[in-house]
Write a protein that binds this ligand. Structure first.
Ligand code: ADP
Ligand code: MG
Length: 393
């Protein structure tokens, strides 16, 4: 994979794909600028190198149509503040006017294109649109890890029409850490998997069966595994059509001599609600009017012990409905255990990352992935469409 240091950017026009998909409030103001700040190191590097910088991002879901509410205008303002220099906002994504602005760029100037997703061609990976994006461009830099699993025009097709393509600092860091979870990880290797659906995570579990020593399952997905084995799980969430698959995964784990653990006790309640009365259940059946919403204290103890002796940890998916305090203890305690271990610890997935912040232990995790879907797909497939195209040809 080409990196920033491999290219000479002086005087070159660089197309920098970033993820400025920031949350906006009702007034259209930026609620959280973390994603903009995250790209500053790459941007400063390119400025130091005297590049002419063209930045592009998506924002929200304009569904292929111009929408003034999803203009990158507030982003341009915030970015200008952060880099203490002018940011020129293009009136569109492509077109003659935009091409002229690109041509007129001088060294160290920054041009921000409008929202890429004003065009359906972006998400369709359209090569004609990609050529327009690449007009006047010398080099392409991808620093938008969160979209690297998408074959979109500004992620994949564009690389056909530029001289060289490289990874920015954010993408480099993500790939470095996530690679350590799949290429010769230090053992023992514990993978913690939770969340709602087994179906979302099948390829991830399949690949981790080739890598991990211990797989600790929590969250709603555990109950599809239980139901598949004939246990009565009350009204816990079960994916009926994924039971066979769950049985397959269990038998693969046995064949591969991977320890796949399911919860030994459960916190159950009649409804997913803060006022619902919670009960600890430590044997099946789970009463028919209750649903399991968190792992119980025995499970926490057992999982924490495995986590403590691990040297590599990958975690995706909360252990319970952590958004409701009553059902958050399992997830919070597991987060503590991961934070206190001296393993290389990697957390991926939107809700899992939120849980780590809620537990207040983010500083003690080796790597928190910024790309939910992208990190899972990388763990499952060991590569991503947007990363493939950065490999030297
Ligand atoms: P991530 O975004 O980290 O990949 P998921 O989206 O797969 O994670 O799962 C997160 C969601 O799973 C959370 O909203 C949480 O409330 C829910 N969840 C976890 N355990 C349960 C459970 N036992 N029953 C219902 N929902 C659950
Ligand atoms: Mg999620």
């Amino acid at each position: 994979m080409l990196l920033l240091k491999d290219l000479d950017f002086k005087g070159k026009r660089v197309f920098l794909r970033v993820d400025f998909n920031v949350p906006l409030d009702e007034k259209g103001e930026i609620r959280d600028d973390t994603r903009i700040r995250a790209v500053i190191p790459t941007l400063n590097y390119l400025l130091d190198q005297k590049a002419k910088i063209i930045i592009a991002s998506h924002l929200g879901r304009p569904k292929g149509k111009f929408n003034p509410k999803l203009s990158l205008k507030p982003v341009a303002r915030r970015l200008a503040e952060l880099i203490s220099q002018k940011v020129i906002l293009a009136p569109a994504v492509i077109g003659d006017e935009v091409d002229n602005l690109k041509k007129e760029l001088r060294e160290n100037q920054v041009l921000l294109l409008e929202n890429l997703r004003f065009h359906t061609e972006e998400t369709n990976n359209d090569s004609c649109f990609a050529q327009h994006l690449a007009n006047e461009v010398d080099y392409y830099v991808n620093d938008a890890f969160g979209v690297c699993h998408r074959a979109h025009a500004s992620v994949v097709a564009i690389t056909e029409y530029v001289k060289k393509s490289a990874a920015g600092f954010l993408v480099k860091k993500e790939i470095e850490y996530l690679s350590r979870a799949i290429h010769s990880p230090e053992i023992p290797y514990a993978a913690i998997l939770g969340g709602v659906k087994v179906s979302d995570k099948i390829p991830v579990i399949e690949n981790l069966l080739n890598k991990a020593d211990d797989i600790l399952i929590g969250g709603a997905m555990a109950y599809t595994f239980f139901a598949a084995q004939g246990f009565e799980v009350g009204c816990s969430l079960v994916e009926e059509d994924k039971k066979d698959l769950a049985l397959n995964l269990l038998s693969h784990a046995r064949e591969k001599k991977v320890n796949l653990y399911l919860p030994s006790d459960h916190i159950a309640a009649p409804a997913v609600a803060p006022e619902a009365e919670a009960e600890t259940i430590d044997a099946f059946p789970i009463p028919s009017d209750l649903m399991a919403l968190d792992i119980g204290p025995n499970t926490v103890r057992k999982y924490s012990k495995i986590i403590t002796s691990a040297k590599t940890i990958f975690w995706n998916g909360p252990m319970g409905v952590f958004e409701i305090d009553k059902f958050s203890h399992g997830t919070m305690d597991i987060a503590e255990a991961v934070a206190n271990s001296d393993a290389l610890s990697i957390v991926g997935g939107g809700d899992s990352v939120a849980a780590v912040y809620k537990a207040g232990v983010s500083e003690k995790i080796s790597h928190i992935s910024t790309g939910g879907g992208a990190s899972l797909e990388f763990i499952a497939n060991e590569t991503l469409p947007g990363i493939e195209v950065l490999m030297e040809k």
